[in-house]
Design a protein around this ligand. Structure first.
Ligand SMILES: Nc1ncnc2c1ncn2[C@@H]1O[C@H](COP(=O)(O)OP(=O)(O)OP(=O)(O)O)[C@@H](O)[C@H]1O
Ligand SMILES: [Mg+2]
Length: 478
């Protein structure tokens, strides 16, 4: 049972919501204006708020802004009769769970209400432990960006269904953490959770590790062995890095998914099994299918329920809260004082592209804590710390064009972060200019006439640029 607050000036609508939601076993309060809605939130701290935008007096969005200050994590569904993008954008920007257009049948939104309640439960989990750093549990999902809210919604939807879930995303985006959240909110939460990392086990051992073997199945198999998947019977198995799984194992996994049976190596009869599979990968599965390294039938089977974690650079609103969370948690774990973040550190955090995603952020905070000298972390210290990270930019150095462009983009972001407010544009243009001209000279063996032609500029312009960028050229007789 959840407590739901309905705020609308339309008495008829309030009534039908009350009737419907009470039937569902919820506890319903109502308010007929923004002002009384705020008072009701203060007083009864509901689990969900459903609120109209246009009301006499204070608008729903204004009331929403006040309510956000009272309870940051209260999921809010906004109702509006006027489908203006403005309201929609404004409402989502303010962190509404969703907005719905009037007129609608209250029953139509029932599903949405259940989703919002589940997302609210997930989002609250780590704050309800209390504001103290000690209480920030390892394993909580942090982040209140729109993108993360979509992830909470998706977890809420997928968790209780027992369906196969595929989790995708770049390395370090939190796939394993999401897999654990799916498990924790599933019907099998009280059964075991097993992580099988497909790349950590050598290919030659993977089959017997996963599926087990009968005595005498191969030389050295002196006794029967129950594989990891069979051991997890009744529970949940995360097949991590499934994109790297060899084809013969893929075939056996497909069989497990289709027939709910496995076969031990050297075994005669298939063994019925009841496990929930969650799969995760950072691989481009479509490409792997095209190349023939991933079975197409398995791919189609896996992708039905997919949760895709966006890279951290696409949810920059989460960076500072995550950084603070890691500082709290790691300082407790390592028993070091938490120096906190200086204002310019926040700026740095928000402008650095985090190619290694949340893992890079966590590592950076850990290093910064270790090397900190008791003053608030500032942008300079953070810039130095991320510089020391190995370059984890995705796609760098692999020669493909997208990868190179991505790498270039990341370098630009980094330069912007480090030179904020200075002449970053000039500096980057000069860098690019220097690079372009050096390359043209390299191609033409230092021949300025040909290089100028190649670049589509006059020879004197080229000469001026060479001087400006201070490019060393071996003077050649042309
Ligand atoms: N939203 C989040 N809130 C708190 N911690 C997070 C979040 N996302 C990721 N982390 C932390 O970042 C680290 C990396 O996450 P995780 O191991 O789940 O990433 P991954 O996507 O599985 O990476 P890989 O593909 O490299 O295996 C972990 O320490 C995890 O706890
Ligand atoms: Mg992982």
């Amino acid at each position: 049972m959840a407590q739901i607050l309905i705020v609308d000036d339309d008495a008829q609508l309030r009534k039908s919501f009350v009737k419907m939601l009470e039937q569902e076993g919820h506890d319903i309060r109502t308010a007929n204006s923004g002002e009384s809605g705020i008072a009701a939130v203060r007083e009864s701290l509901p689990d969900l708020l459903v609120m109209d935008v246009r009301m006499p007096g204070m608008s729903g969005l204004e009331a929403f802004a006040h309510i956000r200050k009272i309870d940051q994590r209260l999921p809010v569904i906004i109702m509006t009769a006027y489908s203006t993008t403005e309201t929609a954008i404004e409402a989502t920007k303010m962190g509404a769970f969703d907005y719905i257009l009037k007129p609608f049948e209250p029953a139509e939104v029932l599903n949405l209400i259940e989703q919002a309640l589940e997302a609210g439960r997930l989002a609250r989990e780590h704050v309800e432990m209390g504001p103290e750093p000690e209480a920030a549990p390892a394993g909580a999902l942090v982040g209140n960006s729109r993108a993360m809210n979509e992830i909470y919604k998706a977890i809420g939807k997928a968790a209780p269904t027992d369906a196969l879930v595929l989790i995708r995303g770049e390395s370090g985006t939190g796939k394993e953490l999401v897999a654990r959240a799916v498990y924790q909110h599933s019907l099998r939460a009280d059964k075991p959770f097993t992580v099988i990392n497909c790349v950590a086990i050598p290919d030659t051992l993977l089959e017997s590790e996963l599926f087990g073997y009968e005595r005498g199945a191969f030389t050295g198999a002196n006794s029967r062995r129950v594989g990891k998947i069979e051991q997890a019977d009744g529970g949940t198995v995360l097949l991590d890095e499934i994109g790297d799984m060899p084809l013969n194992i893929q075939a056996k996994i497909l069989r497990l998914l289709q027939e709910k049976k496995i076969e031990r190596l050297g075994g005669r009869d298939p063994i019925p099994l009841d496990v929930r599979i969650i799969a995760a990968t950072n691989r481009d599965l479509e490409e792997a299918v095209a190349k023939g390294s991933f079975r197409e039938d398995l791919y189609y089977r896996l992708k039905v329920v997919t949760i895709t974690l966006p890279p951290l650079r696409e949810r920059m609103d989460d960076v500072v809260p995550l950084a603070e969370y890691f500082l709290n948690r790691l300082s407790v774990e390592m028993d070091l004082p938490n120096p906190g973040l200086a204002p310019d550190a926040r700026e740095f955090l928000r402008s650095y592209p985090w190619p290694g995603n949340v893992r890079e952020l966590s590592n950076t905070m850990q290093k910064a804590l270790i090397f900190n000298r008791g003053v608030a972390l500032d942008s300079e210290q953070l810039a130095r710390t991320v510089d020391a990270e190995p370059d984890t930019a995705p796609g760098q150095g692999n020669g493909d064009q997208d990868g190179q462009e991505q790498g270039f983009r990341l370098r630009v972001r980094k330069a912007l972060a480090e030179n904020a407010g200075k002449n970053a544009f000039e500096m980057l243009m000069n860098k690019a200019g220097k690079l372009i001209i050096s390359e043209a000279l390299a191609i033409t063996d230092g021949n300025r006439t040909r290089a100028a032609k190649l670049l589509g500029m006059s020879r004197p312009t080229l000469a001026a640029r060479i001087e400006k960028y201070d490019i060393k050229t071996s003077t050649k007789v042309e």
